[in-house]
Design a binder for this molecule. Structure first.
Ligand code: ISE
Length: 331
């Protein structure tokens, strides 16, 4: 059985996903694509013989020849598209965020509950990164003893200047929010956000930001998010436990010796850094739809998408007010 996937949004991420579904992921084919820029959708479909270009995303969702939908369009469109998939009874993998507001995510939770079956997955791909997977395995095996702290660094070389500072939380640090919940199996109880001197490249945006989160189990998590770091893309973290620590440091396959120095290359953005994670995530989603999964899935659920957005939303309030915020998740 082959899963015919429709992709909504063929920008940077959507076109990568479409190519992977069409060429690399076993058991899947690209059935149709939609983008507000039809020419962009045509380029993607042109490279894959099975794909049609459709002019309406809701028509793509309802198309009888489409078995499942991947949503990679702009954030503000996610809620309506995911609700459309639930109404059509189609499984959907939605790029993060599930919806930009916690209220929007709650609509999705309600609709999925009313539908009576799990249809929604959210693209928090780091859960499939071999480094994070190993970190979680070590934690679960008790190798570090009781976890106490998680230190995180999330740096991008460049980003548009003058964007709302909260976007660093909702667009970037939201990955650390999800990974902290996933690693420790806890919700986030509080969040505070700290600013200091900003990079001049950021314009009016406060960049970097320092987030401090506390999980319901009492683990403290600090996140440096810095999207004008210039030198390269880097995601690192270290868990400190009672018995020891474990660090995740982006493994670059090459080591360059030159000019009396030894150095590892760095990615320019998240796509090469997390290419394997994206591949494994898509394969797991498709295997689940085909009913051939060999173990439990790590895919983020609608609840995970809701929790991440709710924490990020509280983070934006913390940034704006300068006050630590409690995160109130619905029961
Ligand atoms: C960006 O906004 C993303 O969505 C990527 O997934 C992330 O890895 C990147 O660092 C973010 O800035």
């Amino acid at each position: 059985m082959t899963i015919r996937v429709g992709v909504v949004g063929t920008g940077i991420m959507g076109s990568d996903h479409a190519r992977m579904l069409g060429r690399i992921i076993s058991g899947a084919e690209l059935g149709a694509v939609f983008d507000i820029d039809r020419a962009r959708a045509e380029v993607v479909a042109g490279a894959l013989p099975t794909a049609r270009v459709l002019d309406d995303p809701q028509a793509l969702i309802g198309d009888p020849d489409i078995d499942a939908v991947l949503v990679a369009s702009s954030d503000s469109t996610h809620e309506a598209l995911v609700l459309g998939c639930i109404a059509a009874g189609k499984p959907v993998l939605c790029e993060k965020p599930l919806a930009p507001t916690a209220a929007g995510c709650r609509h999705i939770l309600d609709a999925e509950a009313a539908a009576g079956r799990r249809l929604v997955s959210v693209g928090f791909m780091r859960r499939y990164d071999p480094g994070y997977v190993e970190l979680k395995r070590l934690l679960a095996g008790g190798h570090l003893g009781l976890p106490l702290l998680l230190h995180c660094v999330h740096r991008n070389p460049a980003a548009p200047a003058d964007v709302a500072s909260g976007h660093l939380i909702t667009g970037s640090a939201v990955h650390e929010i999800d990974i902290a919940r996933w690693l420790f199996g806890d919700e986030i109880a509080t969040i505070s956000v700290h600013t200091g001197r900003s990079s001049r490249a950021a314009g009016t945006t406060r960049d970097p930001l320092l987030l401090i989160l506390e999980t319901t189990g009492g683990v403290l998590v600090d996140v440096e998010v810095f999207v004008h770091a210039r030198y390269g893309y880097e995601v690192r973290c270290e868990v400190v436990g009672e018995e020891g620590t474990v660090a995740l440091d982006a493994p670059a396959p090459t080591l360059v010796r030159r000019d009396f120095t030894v150095g590892r290359g760095l990615a320019a953005d998240w796509r090469p850094r997390f290419a394997e994670a994206y591949r494994r995530e898509l394969q797991d989603w498709v295997d689940g739809l085909r009913g051939i999964s060999t173990g439990p899935s790590a895919l983020a659920t609608a609840w995970d998408g809701y929790a991440a957005t709710a924490v990020a939303e509280a983070g934006v309030t913390a940034l704006e007010t300068g006050l630590s915020q409690k995160v109130d998740l619905r029961a």
